[in-house]
Ligand binder design. Sequence first.
Ligand code: BGC
Ligand code: CA
Length: 290
Amino acid sequence: MATKSDTKEVTVEPVAGRFGLGEGPHWDHHTQKLYFVDIFGQKICRLDPATGTVTYAFIENGPVGNVVTVDDMPDKFVAGSDTDSSGTRWNDGKVDSTGRFWGGTMGIEAGSTFTLNKGSMYSIDSDLVPKQQISPVSISNGIAWNIEDNTLYYIDSLTYQVTAYDYDPNSGNISNKRIIFDVKKNNLDGLPDGMTVDTEGNLWVALYGGNQVIQINPKTGELLRSVKIPAKNVTSVAFGGPLLNTLYVTTSSYGLDADQLKADPKAGYIFAVHGLGVRGLLANSFKLNV
Ligand code: BGC
Ligand code: CA
């Protein structure tokens, strides 16, 4: 297997932090800003890379697991938030090519202990009625589509696998699950977490507990590249920047005690990876018919 590790010109720059459980990066090309959430901080955050400034909205409802922009409504967002008593909470989410939201839930973690099979993965279109797509799942995480727009990639972190489904953008139906990559079988540390696709159709997958982001070819299952991130718990990735060639990476400091933070001082930071030589696709916005 040909694994290209970090090439010299790749740089990883901390751009904001520290946050608690950073998650759900979404690049808004209209405003050239990065949205993301701090889940238990109950914050929807916006980073302006031009100035380094982060502004945020506090969500009183409870933990907030994802945020996406709304089509044609610059001041509106869709975010997944739960009250603490629900027993599950939203995690990462994303919008497909038709403007339909996809996102999933997980049992609320106690430190690093997870309850299995409490969550599900849903799609929500403009009728705002959630449709259960995959259930049960333990930690609903990475979501991405292939360039041809006929395949959904999905990660339930505790399976250690990246999976693929046939996907019909018109109906929003998925079928025919198969495994395309297994983190354990590739002898990698950590859990597969958030992911995104580049214009060549390869996937970039965050490894939670693995200090890195990997690039894989979903057609062959080949591990193509690894980029070390100076924080252990890497939660998600999204391409951004004017040319969509910066990989923004969210990480978590949630549950780390003082000693662990000393050993992992950039935990909870947002990083910008430059020089990868690849580009991402524009993020879709939720289509709300009002
Ligand atoms: C979740 C964390 C979880 C981690 C495990 C993240 O996306 O937000 O709560 O610990 O995934 O991979
Ligand atoms: Ca994640």
